[in-house]
Ligand binder design. Structure first.
Ligand code: NAI
Ligand code: MG
Length: 494
């Protein structure tokens, strides 16, 4: 890709090293360190980015604390003013939709149209949905009396304080919004740590929020690696950590957060089972299951990566999904013909191709794909494995690439047992024309989101999160508000 394919605003944004956003100002890291962010389609450096160290974390937390304190500009915002500001940010995001989509395409390899109509649109929608909540955060009154006195008892919801949002690279802008939006809706302040692979769109969002009128220090953006995230988690003056990423890091964060018992919400890995019964409408189940597996280059925590198909339609479903996989155009995020872009990084490319080799070595059959594309950029063909057993690493581990394993089953009980045989519990799905079967089986799947005869149907109004090792807590919908507030109970003797 050459920079003349970029909008002038994007070309100019990446033409110089990017700085940290602390207390409403762009500045270099205190120790001057920078790192490269890379275009995964070309493996070329896009630009250098300031790398936040411990001193920058201290400054950002201090700034977020000042912005939170009683009497600050932000503290004096009324709920209605917060809502209006969030609407303004949503409008600005939409005005700049092409620019943000190009940043996601360049930094993360996401096909441009999907980035604009999916990622950017969802981020704008999040601001609007939560803007509506800003002046509807209510408590309850609770009847209370004793033999000797009557009381007035009621609850109020208050912001928690300084929130650290630590996010991954698979939906850089949307994930940034997932953490920032519910937090500021209720008056918290935020330090966002974007993923080291994709810092650009979050930095641009930070600028845009200032332009919209967000007071300094309410949202700080600190690019960096795991050590930057760890310094935030360890900081005594951070009140809550909201994390999305790997289960391994989620466990480290849960342990580290105990230093001051800061609140923690975790949205972690998945290995979602997708069950197709003999009586499913295959004209929907086949494309739906391919979409479940391959969406976002396979780099999505709720993707349906374990496909269980009832024996009678197994061959037809595997052939159908393989045919779809074969037809997927893998290429540059900026090419209109592209269906699937590159994987995010060298590391992810090695991980995914390592699983492709491990699957073959363990005796699984590659029904389709199984190879890289070209010799530059992190491109992999969408892959379908058959002859898979439950112990194989391709069946137990979150691969986080465009890889699906297909396993036949005979009875409903078998399918449920196999589906639940995982340490994860983020998402699951069932395809059947029998509504009894669909609801019965869906009800027994141990997962935070269950799709019946669909996959990836989604909205900012819906709570999401995981059972088991897929996380703690629920995000979005009304749960998003609860997750970012403390509940206070007030009891007065009358
Ligand atoms: P990761 O969990 O290491 O990184 C996610 C975020 O956490 C990044 O911002 C990273 O800098 C930060 N981080 C890393 N170590 C930290 C620590 N000790 N304390 C605080 N923050 C820390 O995920 P990574 O390495 O990018 O991907 C590895 C695997 O994790 C993927 O292959 C995939 O299986 C899974 N993953 C799952 C995601 C999901 O949405 N559930 C998203 C990204 C990755
Ligand atoms: Mg990592």
């Amino acid at each position: 890709m050459t920079t003349d394919a970029l909008l002038p605003s994007v070309a100019s944004f990446v033409s110089a090293p990017k700085q940290l956003l602390i207390d409403g100002e762009l500045r270099d890291a205190a120790d001057g360190r920078t790192f490269a962010t890379v275009d995964p389609a070309t493996e070329n450096e896009i630009t250098q980015v300031a790398q936040a160290g411990a001193e920058d974390v201290n400054r950002a937390v201090a700034s977020a604390r000042r912005a939170f304190e009683h009497g600050s500009d932000w503290n004096r915002f009324t709920p209605r003013q917060r809502g209006r500001l969030m609407w303004r940010i949503a409008d600005l995001l939409e005005e700049h939709a092409d620019e943000f989509a190009q940043l996601e395409a360049l930094d993360g390899g996401k096909p441009f149209v999907g980035a604009r109509d999916g990622d950017v649109a969802t981020a704008a929608e999040l601001f609007r949905y939560f803007a509506g909540w800003a002046n509807k955060i209510e408590g309850t009154t609770i009847p209370l009396s004793s033999e000797t006195a009557d009381f007035l008892a009621y609850t109020v919801r208050e912001p928690i304080g300084v929130v650290a949002g630590i996010v991954p690279w698979n939906f850089p802008l949307t994930m940034a919004a997932f953490k920032i939006v519910p937090a500021i809706t209720v008056g918290n302040t935020v330090i966002l740590k974007p993923a080291e692979q994709t810092p650009l769109s979050a930095l641009r969002l930070g600028e845009l929020m200032l332009e919209a009128g967000l007071p300094a220090g309410v949202v700080n953006v600190l690019p960096g690696f795991g050590d930057t995230g760890a310094a935030l988690v360890d900081h005594i003056d951070v009140d809550k950590v909201a994390f999305t990423g790997s289960t391994a890091v989620g466990k480290v964060i849960a342990a580290a957060a105990s230093r001051n018992l800061k609140k923690v919400s975790l949205e972690l890995g998945g290995k979602a089972p997708n069950i197709v019964f003999d009586d499913a409408d295959l004209s929907k189940a086949i494309p739906g299951s391919a979409h479940a597996a391959f969406f976002n280059q396979g780099q999505c925590c709720v993707n349906g990566s374990r496909l269980y198909v009832q024996r009678g339609v197994y061959d037809e479903v595997v052939a159908g999904i393989s045919e779809i996989a074969k037809g997927i155009t893998v290429g540059s995020a900026f090419d209109e013909r592209t269906d699937m872009g590159p994987l995010i990084s060298d590391e992810q490319f090695s991980k995914v191709t390592g699983y492709l080799e491990a699957g073959v070595a363990a005796g699984a059959t590659v029904a389709e794909g199984g190879v890289r594309v070209g010799d530059r950029g992190y491109f992999v063909r969408p892959t379908v494995f058959t002859d898979v057993s439950e112990q194989m690493s391709i069946q137990t581990d979150e691969i986080f690439g465009p890889v699906v394993t297909a396993v036949p089953f005979d009875t409903e009980e078998q399918a449920i047992a196999a589906a639940n045989n995982t340490r994860y519990g983020l998402a699951a799905g069932v395809w059947s024309r029998d509504i009894g079967t669909a609801h019965r089986v869906g009800g027994r799947l141990r997962a935070g989101t269950v799709w019946l005869n669909s996959w990836h149907a989604d909205d900012v109004t819906l709570p999401r999160g995981g059972y088991k090792e897929s996380g703690w807590g629920r995000e979005l919908g009304s749960f998003g508000v609860e997750d970012y507030t403390e509940l206070k109970t007030i009891i007065a003797e009358l």
